[in-house]
Design a protein around this ligand. Structure first.
Ligand code: 6LW
Length: 511
């Protein structure tokens, strides 16, 4: 057993390396620094950017699309529209991001930055790229190639978005493959490698690769395709695919990819969205071989570089929101403020409920199977609360205002007021606890994860008003590409939040 380097408990690390809805990861390295970009769909701001020094410990440092001049999603509803898969690259001293804003007024866009934390440039449209999952790769002669789902490719000018010549079809994936997408092009040794995802982003997801003499091929598939898949297995990490490769400073190679952690037996259900996982890669006879992908992995051969996790409690006393906070579609300044009442997050209602895509909502990704969330709301004459949201048709919330607190459940076409309590105070502590089944990802039991919604009364007694089945807030039930987001909302008038506390909980369901 090699002696583990400092900072790795028992010489291991745990997957996912980025928990919660951080799907379609794309990675690049500059010196000792790694950067990651992920999809964000209907959430604003778009394209979270994360930083790491060891590939395992990641910190979100910003969002690439955080201005209306960069991103408008007027018609985006859950997972249908908005920001699909990005590619993040570093070339000639600059960071480059290419991504698709799916929906009216969208399309393929390219942004650039010298600091990946931002600001990023206003986007350059690339109308000649009509497919999703665009990739950027530069040839040794400086020509830039954009490869996208299909798998098709055009040569482009990344500064102007101009394409040169008609798209060329490069590869349709393994024989009989469904939906070849998520292409990334790499020059390794004397070969150009074309990495793709296929099989769709659910349980049939897989990663395949081909290689050729030029960035435009011709490409020969690896005899070992798919080089990674968990389809048809009982492995605790499923939907594995949509990968990107990176070379570490020591010459070792690694793969980031998306996966899910289903509960509740085969095929199970997942609630945290598609998360980012890490696997080692070795090269054999000029082909990449992906190492075992598991919840617990052998640590990389360098010291751990932990990052400061953001504090569990946000007191909203800074002059801007932490980049982990997201809203639905947009966050116009007239609907939220950190200065109207210093030390409070003020939300002004726009739409009257979470059923509506224009609801005033500020939330953060649920990143732990079990967690406890508390907030202090001052409803004034308004109405608002604390919600756990998958999309407009799948959410649970506890809402205060008008002299009462009530739990609302929206599941598909049904909407219920599940419980009500008279609460005359306008300043109320609200809570959501998510208690998952046993900690292992994959368990044969059918235990759901339970969502408990409650209120702390003036006498300090916390009362659970409702216990709801978490399976209805799973992607398998709701469909789509996202995971749960927990946050604050305004349904009527103006409401204010003094703080929000999100604590991971190791609890299992009580027997
Ligand atoms: C992404 C594509 C996909 O653009 O899902 O199923 C899309 N495959 O790679 C959203 O993640």
């Amino acid at each position: 057993m090699t002696r583990s380097l400092p900072g790795w408990p028992n010489g291991t690390f745990t997957n996912p390396v980025v928990a919660g809805m951080y799907p379609d990861p794309s990675i690049c390295r500059v010196g000792e620094d790694y950067y990651l970009a992920c999809s964000s769909f209907e959430y604003w701001p778009g394209v979270p950017i994360l930083h790491s020094r060891d590939l395992v410990h990641w910190e979100q440092i910003g969002n690439a699309l955080d201005r209306p001049s960069q991103l408008r999603m007027p018609a985006a509803t859950a997972s249908s529209g908005g920001i699909y898969a990005p590619t993040l690259r570093h070339h000639d001293g600059r960071f480059w991001l290419i991504v698709t804003n799916v929906g009216p007024g969208g399309g393929t866009i390219i942004c650039t930055a010298t600091n990946p934390a931002g600001p990023w440039s206003d986007p350059v449209p690339v109308p000649g790229v009509t497919g999703i999952d665009p990739d950027l790769a530069w040839d040794t002669d400086g020509r830039c190639w954009c490869t996208y789902a299909g798998i098709e490719q055009v040569r482009i000018d990344p500064w102007t978005g101009q394409v040169f010549g008609p798209p060329q079809r490069l590869w349709s994936g393994a024989p009989g493959a469904q939906a070849p997408e998520a292409p990334h092009l790499y020059r390794v040794g004397g070969w150009w490698y074309l990495l793709i995802a296929e099989g769709g982003t659910e349980r049939g997801h897989a990663v395949s690769i081909a290689r050729g003499p030029e960035p435009y091929g011709p490409f020969e598939p690896s005899p070992a395709n798919p080089v990674l898949t968990h389809r048809g297995t009982h492995k605790p990490i499923q939907n594995t695919g949509h990968a990107d490769l990176v070379e570490a400073p020591d010459g070792s190679w690694w793969m980031v990819l998306l996966g899910v952690r289903p509960g509740g037996g085969t095929p199970g259900w997942h609630v945290l969205g598609r998360e980012t996982f890490l696997a080692p890669v070795s090269w054999v006879d000029g082909w990449p071989v992906v190492g075992e992908l598991a919840p617990v992995m052998t640590a990389p051969p360098w010291p751990a570089r932990p990052v400061a996790a953001p504090p569990p409690r946000d007191d909203f006393d800074a002059d801007r929101l932490h980049p982990r906070w997201v809203s639905v579609r947009s966050r116009p300044r007239k609907y939220w403020s950190l200065t109207e009442r210093p030390g409070w997050l003020t939300l002004h209602a726009r739409d009257e409920s979470l059923d509506r895509p224009e609801v005033t909502f500020v939330g953060r990704r649920q990143q732990d199977p079990s967690c406890g969330v508390r907030t202090l709301i001052d409803t004034g004459d308004g109405r608002g609360g604390l919600a756990i949201r998958l999309d407009e048709r799948h959410h649970y919330e506890i809402e205060a205002g008008g002299g009462e607190v009530r739990v609302i459940a929206r599941i598909g076409s049904m909407r219920w007021a599940v419980a009500t309590r008279p609460v005359s105070a306008t300043r109320v502590r609200l809570g959501i606890d998510v208690l998952a089944a046993p900690a292992e990802y994959w368990h044969p039991c059918q235990e759901p994860d339970i969502v408990r919604l409650g209120v702390e009364h003036a006498d300090g007694v916390y009362e659970v008003l409702a216990e709801l089945d978490g399976r209805y807030l799973s992607t398998e039930v709701a469909g789509g590409f996202t995971g749960r987001v927990i946050g604050m909302y305004a349904a009527f008038g103006t409401v204010r939040f003094d703080w929000l506390d999100y604590e991971p909980v190791a609890a299992k369901l009580s027997p």
